[in-house]
Design a protein around this ligand. Structure first.
Ligand code: PLP
Ligand SMILES: N[C@@H](CCOP(=O)(O)O)C(=O)O
Length: 468
């Protein structure tokens, strides 16, 4: 498989290069030349397979020769071996035709582990094969950072730098990142929002000198491998509910648009997906853009679902690219307009194509709290506040289409957000014991200003790859 940039001005690359490249040199995101087609009989054959085997079969068509199926199988098996649930991503029914897909049984209690545990192994494999070092820089609104640190800590070939918005992640999320003692892990509390952190990251990728000096690599959903690994649970959950013989809708708590994009990719690989419901919190740019056709960030509002406190959703660019018939000039014009005037209009045919597959719903703070309380009252099930936005949006969909099952992606364990849970149902969700114990270790992080030069200097000074 070869990959091209959404902005059309960077070289086409193979999978290994895309895995290490992160952002394309022209500022675009890599997308495969075509989505591989999985035949209905091959989808049906996923039923009953271990998650790791399903992952190997679905990811294999995206790779290059350096990853024969046997190596990929070893890596998927190792990636999911330590998950706390045998099914890896189990489904729980909470109402008629409404299912929660639990994606929080990995080591850091969020859906990021499902991709990151594999990405860490794949990246290490390519670095070893090429005898390279990498400097991973990641932006996080709370969960990607912990998952990346867990996946890459202690690896000799990698240094990890994570930028998180100072004071805007939950205590548990911050401690998951800052209590890790490994020397190759560096956490930066940025005086700014997640959007500021991601903007810095993208500018660092475009600084050619810095990029090559430190061997810059990215593990945000900028990295195509993250998106591909996230397609797997759409397949496994849909198959458990009767796909390919039945259509399924998915409601996805959305911020950077990586998770719901994976659902879209799964659909374009052949999975019968009825609707993709983009659930946002009060940071509702995606719901507004789907309704009005205008993509216009309005500044980030802090909420009880902090991981979704995002306005500039990186992966929307990949969707726009497809929706405008893969014309990179349209994508370049849209992002030039965003830079210059703070907004862009989605061209009418692209908007129609997007609306044919997606719908958006913004879920406010009071509704989120209400949803946690309602689901607990009616089903005895505790939702985390991110998942609650998805469940709320799923109920809206079911009111319009009661016949099609809706899977709401549960993106985090409720114990990561104990205050929100206590407010809603008066109970404090408990962390698994091994995780609670780790979080008591001393914290280690550096507060830095929202300033590219300062951050680049901090990274260059500490990155071992810069010293070779
Ligand atoms: C718990 C949680 N839910 C939802 C999201 C949103 O996912 P995405 O950024 O892929 O849209 C995130 C962050 O990515 C998250 O950490
Ligand atoms: N919500 C995310 C934001 C980054 O998303 P990513 O999927 O692009 O890594 C977080 O928790 O950090």
């Amino acid at each position: 498989m070869r990959y091209l940039s959404t902005r059309g001005e960077a070289a086409q690359l193979g999978f290994d290069e895309v895995l290490l490249a992160g952002l394309a040199a022209d500022g675009g995101l890599y997308a495969p030349l075509a989505y591989p087609h999985i035949a209905p009989s091959d989808i049906a054959a996923l039923a009953g397979l271990p998650y790791a085997e399903a992952a190997a079969r679905l990811i294999a068509p995206y790779l290059s020769d350096s990853f024969p199926l046997e190596i990929l199988r070893e890596e998927t098996e190792a990636a999911y071996a330590a998950f706390r649930h045998r099914a890896i991503a189990p489904l729980v029914q909470i109402a008629d035709n409404l299912f929660v897909l639990e994606l929080f049984h990995g080591p850091t209690l969020a859906f990021k582990d499902l991709a990151m545990q594999l990405l860490g192994r794949m990246m290490n494999h390519v670095l070893e094969k090429r005898n390279l070092r990498a400097t991973i820089v990641g932006a996080t609104s709370g969960d990607t950072g912990a998952a990346a640190i867990e996946a890459f800590k202690g690896l000799d070939r990698v240094d990890v730098f994570i930028l998180f918005p100072h004071g805007r992640v939950s205590d548990v999320q911050r401690r998951q990142m800052t209590t890790v003692a490994d020397e190759n892990v560096h956490t930066i509390a940025l005086q700014g929002s997640f959007d500021d952190a991601q903007a810095i990251l993208k500018r660092l990728f475009r600084a050619a000198d810095f990029r090559s000096r430190v061997g810059l690599a990215g593990v945000n959903s900028i990295n195509w491998a993250r998106v591909v690994a996230q397609t797997v649970y759409y397949f496994t959950s849909a198959v458990a509910l009767g796909a390919p013989h039945r259509h399924i809708s998915f409601a996805v708590p959305t911020g950077n648009f990586g998770d719901v994009l994976a659902g879209y990719v799964a659909k374009h690989m052949g999975l019968p997906v009825e609707r993709l419901i983009v659930a946002t919190n009060a940071n509702d740019i995606l719901a507004r853009a789907l309704a009005s056709g205008r993509y216009e960030p309005r500044g980030v509002t802090p909420t009880q679902s902090p991981s979704m406190d995002i306005q500039l959703s990186s992966n929307f660019e990949r969707l726009l690219f497809d929706a405008c018939a893969r014309d990179p000039a349209v994508v370049r014009a849209a992002f030039a307009s965003l830079d210059q005037s703070g907004a862009f209009e989605i061209p009418a045919p692209a908007l129609a194509a997007i609306r044919a597959e997606f719908e958006g719903q913004a879920v406010g703070e009071a509704e989120t709290t209400e949803e946690i309380a309602r689901t607990y009252r009616e089903a005895g099930y505790v939702l985390d506040p991110h998942t609650a936005t998805g469940v709320r949006a799923a109920r809206g969909r079911l009111a319009r289409d009661p016949a099609t099952p809706v899977v709401a992606l549960s993106t985090a364990h409720p114990a990561k957000f104990p205050d929100a849970i206590e407010r809603a149902i008066g109970l404090r969700a408990k962390l698994p014991e091994n995780i609670a114990a780790q979080l008591d270790a001393p914290e280690r992080f550096t507060i830095l200003e929202n300033n590219d030069a300062q951050i680049a200097a901090f990274i260059a000074e500490r990155a071992r790859a810069a010293r070779n």
